[in-house]
Ligand binder design. Structure first.
Ligand code: CUK
Ligand code: CUA
Length: 662
């Protein structure tokens, strides 16, 4: 695993550099560029592979990355936006956790509303565990308009608008306290799937673990997406009750399998963990939940399911429609197929023909055929599980198994008919060839590449669409050990960029990017030119909550302080380098509504606004309006100021907020 240092510069490397210099068209200085570059390479002990990697990733100042990766931020509760191949962090989008730079969650009424909507009952939640980002799709390809993400810890989903890369919606699942297998979008983003994880009684209810098999339930929730509104439509959404297996990661069928949803599961054993009162007759989860040879791939007929929900064949649980397990079975909405040894992840091939599942404790990937699944369903005559769900026979539905290595987890695809599976235990990525319509030499391992270390998900460019780009793969590694300076005992995660362009067994490691802020799980990678975000908000007085002009937003000439009894309204504009008004004088106990508009129309002319001692902090992007509301309970003199160094006289962009004691 040690890297090779070459102190003596090789002839091959010199040639490589000369060729590059030639390719740049500066033929007259070839030798000059090569020699000086060679000297640097020698001094730094870089190998030829290092130089190639540098040439493939170095992105000169002013050059925009070809791809943008949206990575979940794990227990940061956020989403990371990363340019590829440079692997530069461009933004951390505040989602489930307040984010101070964006002024996200520090008084702005829009954000207060978001966090209130995401509360679990009376409990406001200020963090999440983001796992699976899902870009909106049109015809099975990313369209660059929206991004969804789940909060595994608290069972929530969020919607992010990619016009301004801001979170617009947080929904708390009314039935399930946690989730995992979400979010996944159907090929036209009609539905956003939130799969479950740890079974619990429905609607966050109580039931003793002794009643696990009768009172605990699994869950999958179907959120209807209203693209015109840019929101998940709570009132048009519904849930499906499932047996209390631990549903895990899901994927939506596409092309030939469009209209179906696939989720893997584990703990079909229905282990309830170690019972301290009865250690002789119970087992810890790690043993109990992986005792059996098989778990169940969940195969859900989405079209039939949405029809059943639309027909009102649901019950209300915590005010939310749910298709009961009995109805699921009666209406033939769900089928199971055995999956080997503690599966994790199900990924659908670009054409939708195959479902790839990995068993964490099985060195194979198992490939199911959608055609065979349909034949088996049509043939009927099934066995069932103990709840009565039809169980398809393994041999009837499996197309192939490929031995890839130890601890296989997740799979992605490229444009050459290869699949890539992460191997947690081996710390490798396996490249293997798809069969059927993809490659003649199908269903065999091509090669592996070391990653550092303990890889979870991986992501290829547009790798879970109907038309993957290939080219790059990112390994999302959990441990970084000897890769970086270690900042104390909490080590960063390691994103490794890998070149997958050349067919065959070889792949090339290009770059290591430390992630020092949470543990990303999944990522999606979109061609940058599919994104079309605003440079400034379209009009001055723009409310990012409604994505339209707020007619009441302060504008030049309408600034001032208005008193109505104990209610004070402040209307303020911001422009380089002053607030209007600069003095706000009120009385202790007043209720304050403070409206602000950044009246700038220049790119990047953002102003901040903070009132010390009141935990108020906003970021106002060009054109943006925001409102804060609070009770002025603390008397004194408070110096508000602009927190963005916006101009030469930025320090003068300040004012006095005087709260006179009663
Ligand atoms: S999960 Cu973390 S490595 Cu939440 Cu998709 Cu597999
Ligand atoms: Cu505006 Cu500093």
């Amino acid at each position: 695993m040690g890297r090779v240092h070459r102190s003596i510069f090789s002839a091959a490397l010199f040639t490589a550099l000369a060729l590059v210099a030639g390719a740049c068209g500066s033929s007259s200085d070839d030798s000059v560029i090569s020699e000086s570059s060679a000297a640097i390479a020698t001094e730094r002990g870089l190998s030829e592979a290092d130089i190639n990697a540098a040439l493939k990733t170095y992105t000169p100042s002013g050059q925009i990355d070809e791809y943008i990766m949206f990575a979940s931020g794990g227990h940061s509760g956020q989403v990371f936006v990363i340019g590829m191949p440079s692997m530069r962090l461009i933004k951390e989008i505040g989602v489930f956790t307040p984010e101070p730079w964006q002024g996200y969650g520090y008084g702005d009424e829009n954000h207060e509303d978001l966090f209130a909507a995401g509360a679990a009952g009376d409990e406001e939640l200020t963090w999440g565990d983001t796992h699976h980002p899902a870009l909106s799709e049109t015809g099975g390809d990313y369209d660059g308009e929206y991004l969804f993400i789940n909060d595994k810890a608290n069972g929530r989903v969020a919607t992010i608008d990619l016009r301004d890369f801001e979170t617009k919606q947080i929904i708390k699942n009314p039935i399930s306290i946690n989730d995992h297998g979400g979010t996944f979008a159907t090929p036209d983003t009609e539905w956003v799937i939130e799969g479950g994880q740890y079974a619990t009684p429905l609607a966050w209810d109580y039931a003793p673990l002794d009643d696990y098999e009768t009172d605990y339930r699994g869950m999958i929730t179907f959120w209807k997406f209203d693209r015109a509104a840019g929101r998940l439509d709570y009132d048009a959404s519904f849930a499906m009750e499932l047996p209390p297996y631990w549903q895990d990661v899901c994927d939506a069928g596409k092309l030939v399998s469009e209209g179906w949803i696939f989720c893997n599961s584990f703990n079909v054993e229905m282990s309830t963990g170690m019972d301290p009162a009865d250690p002789e007759n119970s087992e810890p989860f790690e043993a109990g939940a992986s005792a059996g040879e098989n778990d169940y791939l969940h195969i859900i007929n989405l079209e039939a399911t949405t029809a059943v929900a639309a027909a009102g064949k649901t019950v209300e649980v915590n005010g939310f429609p749910m298709i009961t397990l009995d109805t699921v079975i009666e209406e033939n909405l769900l089928y199971f197929a055995p999956e080997p040894k503690s599966p994790h992840g199900v990924d659908i091939t670009p054409g939708g023909e195959y479902m790839v599942v990995s068993g964490k404790l099985d060195p194979h990937v198992t490939i199911y055929s959608f055609e065979k699944i349909q034949k088996a369903i049509a043939a009927g005559g099934f066995e069932t599980d103990q709840y009565g769900v039809p169980l398809l026979a393994f041999d009837d539905v499996v197309e192939a198994q490929v031995e890839v290595g130890l601890g296989p987890l997740h799979t992605q695809f490229d444009d050459q008919g290869y699949a890539y599976t992460s191997l947690f235990l081996d710390s490798d990525v396996a490249r293997w060839s798809l069969g059927g319509p993809y490659r003649e030499d199908g269903w065999k391992l091509e090669g592996t590449i070391d990653v550092h270390y303990n890889i979870g998900h991986l992501a290829t460019a547009e790798g879970d669409t109907v038309s993957p780009d290939g080219k790059y793969l990112v390994a999302l590694n959990k441990w970084s050990l000897d890769r970086f300076f270690h900042p104390g005992p909490l080590y960063p995660q390691n994103f490794q960029l890998i070149d997958i362009d050349e067919p065959g067994p070889e792949m090339q490691l290009l770059y290591d990017m430390p992630i020092g802020n949470g543990e990303p799980h999944y990522a999606q990678i979109i061609k940058a030119d599919k994104l079309n975000p605003y440079t400034v908000y379209p009009e001055v007085g723009w409310d990012p909550g409604t994505m339209s002009v707020d007619p009441d937003a302060p504008q030049v000439g309408t600034e001032g302080v208005i008193r109505d009894g104990d209610n004070v309204t402040v209307n303020m504009t911001l422009v380089r380098s002053h607030f209007t008004p600069e003095r706000v004088e009120i009385f202790e106990g007043d209720h304050v509504t403070w409206n602000l508009t950044n009246i700038e129309t220049s790119e990047d002319a953002t102003h901040g606004f903070t009132i010390p001692g009141y935990n108020i902090n906003l970021s106002l992007e060009p054109g943006e309006t925001a409102t804060i509301e609070f009770d002025a309970d603390n008397s004194g003199v408070f110096t508000f100021y602009c927190t963005e160094f916006c101009s030469a006289l930025h320090l003068e962009m300040a004012g006095y907020f005087l709260v006179e004691p009663k």
